[in-house]
Design a protein around this ligand. Sequence first.
Ligand SMILES: [Zn+2]
Length: 281
Amino acid sequence: MKWQGRQGSDNVEDRRGMGTTGKVAIGGGIGTVIIALVVLLLGGDPSGILNQGSTTTETGQYQPTAEEEQLAEFVSVVLKDTETIWGKIFQESGQTYRQPKLVLFSGQVASACGYASSSSGPFYCPGDEKVYIDLEFFANLQARLGAYGDFAIAYVVAHEIGHHVQNLLGVLNDVNSQRARLSETQSNQLLVRLELQADFLSGIYAHYLETLPDKPLEIGDIEEAMNAAASVGDDVLQKKYQGRVYPDSFTHGTAAQRKEWFRRGYQTGDFAQGDTFRANI
Ligand SMILES: [Zn+2]
């Protein structure tokens, strides 16, 4: 993707180096009341993806590498593009897009949805309308999951922003209230549909990138996104980290499904094609 020299977002909140103490609640299986549905990028067992408890640094002491600074800049440009794209799509349907914040953190972070560690992977918290990302995740995305290329990262950011769009449209709320009445397996099936829609919305973002004056999409970008979508499929992650596949516990969809819904968003650019709750997925 062409991103160097392009404008970044004002909505990045840099909390790297601000270590927090407290229990890790998100993805940690602590049985407290669910205050809000937290949406993660990964299902299965993501704990092997990042090293737990990255080095504890003190506030103000954080020294990112030059490479990490580039990554932060890249993410900021992607966020800016999502603001432009979703701002336009909402406006065209007579609605206003409320821009989310994107929090960069290292190690652990406190959100309105509880404490999280890097091992949760990127996530969106509807309670504070913020996306949380530890940039270290992206290094592992390539090294451990084989999701190469800068557009793999853009896909992940746009997927999380997709959850924000779902929040603004009331979809997250609907899903959350339905889940209370469902069995665990049924609830998981509903989550799969929610996640596939976020992949679809990531595809919509990619589609609209082509309409921006900068024309940021480059050859190979879409392939990188599709490969990344497949690399975080529940079947792929479970096979990798648990040795076999447990379809009842899928919460994000298979590699094939994730790829397919991203592709649909990208190819159609049509919001109406993304009703994963009614579609035969
Ligand atoms: Zn997700």
